[in-house]
Design a protein around this ligand. Structure first.
Ligand code: SF4
Ligand code: SF4
Length: 390
């Protein structure tokens, strides 16, 4: 029996789809340089994918055909050697479009496997976000601005090759740097990309994450129904429309919180979140009307509190708010919980303003697409410079 390798790539649907595809394909091509066989594919349940919703690609590689066939006989890998999280905020949890509940980013990692994360953050911040695991694992950070692009374009900021270089270092039995550099030049005819892979290979380091480190929350669990428990056909009960929940923000005081799906929270779609300045809000209702996910709870004073369990971080509320800096999108990495901002404001307004000013300093360096033609060409040199210094 030969050796089987499994690599999982977790990415933001649409925004990082091309990046994930290039990576999973390149893993197989680089391994093929060394006589191994492999296949890359996307998780079936994630298609059609949605903006920002966590999705997965896999690359399965084996030293011989029989081992590959055995590996491929499974619907998708049950454990992996490497998990790649293409956005650090995915470390808070992965809630797929094909809903499995919020799952830990490191769930499939073998004991001693490696989580590779693209991030400007250090290991402490990433470890704090990820759920605890029953066995130690390794964490490696490919330093740099998280790479996003839109549906039709590709932001060629070398994130792809920098991760490939890191894999060559962290899992040398899979492929060497030489093989990676060969397939980079074959595919993209770019010696600078090849150089970026080599630099990442030289620089990447990993730290061991202990079992007592990370988010202690118990991950969502469910039992799959047995075949004899399944109903005939598929019926998915909908959420009744037009209701307030039984325990709204403060119904007794005149607030209103719309009914929401009690289990599908959507917040793991978010890479940035809105913060609201309730002192400058003019109660125009625009954020409440335009939010595509009905995230705003109406407070007793007629203010609008973005519910952080439900917000997917699209940024529409910031775009429509007519008051300068009343709604500001901030990096999701800055937050450790989903508590109500309005509750904090109501409790201590001065303290809230200090908190708000601190958060607004962390406006996102990331965006979900480009706003004008040629924007990425302008951005990429600065991103590469940051990566070079990292
Ligand atoms: S970012 Fe704003 S508009 Fe978008 S889902 Fe969140 S609260 Fe709603
Ligand atoms: S859009 Fe801005 S000003 Fe209008 S209600 Fe929402 S937060 Fe207040």
């Amino acid at each position: 029996m030969g050796r089987l390798f499994a690599i999982e790539i977790i990415y933001r649907g649409i925004f990082q789809k091309t990046l994930a595809t290039r990576l999973s394909r390149s893993v197989v091509l680089a391994a093929h340089q060394e006589g191994k066989l492999g296949i890359s594919f996307g998780r079936y349940g994630d298609s059609p994918e949605r903006n920002g919703i966590p999705a997965k690609n896999f690359a399965i590689v084996a030293t011989d055909e029989q081992t590959l066939q055995e590996g491929m006989a499974k619907y998708e890998p049950k454990e992996v050697d490497i998990t790649i999280a293409l956005d650090d905020t995915l470390c808070k949890g992965v809630e797929s479009w094909a809903w499995y509940g919020l799952q830990p980013v490191n769930r499939l990692l073998k004991p001693g496997g490696t989580l590779i994360v693209t991030s400007c953050e250090g290991p402490e911040a990433i470890i704090a976000m990820a759920h605890r695991k029953e066995a130690p694992y390794n964490l490696a950070i490919v330093k740099g601005t998280v790479s996003f692009s839109g549906l039709w374009v590709y932001k060629d900021d070398h994130t792809d090759v920098r991760i490939l270089g890191a894999i060559a270092k962290l899992l040398p039995d899979l492929f060497s740097l030489k093989s990676v550099q060969k397939i980079i030049v074959d595919q993209w005819h770019d010696p600078v990309k090849s150089e970026s892979a080599a630099r990442s290979y030289e620089r990447v380091r990993s730290v061991t994450v202990r079992t007592d480190q990370g988010n202690p929350e118990t991950p969502y669990k469910f039992d799959l129904p047995k075949w004899h428990e399944m109903g005939e056909g598929v019926a998915i009960p909908s959420i009744p429309a037009g209701h307030a929940v039984a325990d709204p923000v403060s119904n007794a005081e005149g607030g209103f919180r719309p009914d929401r799906n009690p289990t599908f929270k959507k917040f793991s779609t978010r890479t940035m979140r809105p913060v609201v300045n309730f002192d400058t809000c003019i109660k125009c209702t625009l954020c409440w009307l335009h939010c595509p996910d009905s995230c705003f709870d109406v407070t007793p004073e007629g203010l609008y509190d973005a519910n952080m369990q439900a917000c997917c971080g699209c940024g529409v509320c910031e775009a429509v708010c007519p008051v300068k800096e009343c709604v500001t999108m901030v990096n999701e990495t800055e937050f450790g919980d989903n508590q109500s901002q309005w509750e904090a404001w109501r409790h201590d307004k001065d303290r809230y303003q200090t908190w708000l000013a601190g958060k607004i300093k962390s406006r996102p360096e990331r965006s979900h697409g480009f706003r004008y033609r040629g924007q990425y060409e302008e951005q990429v040199p600065a991103v590469l410079e940051t990566a070079r210094k990292a």
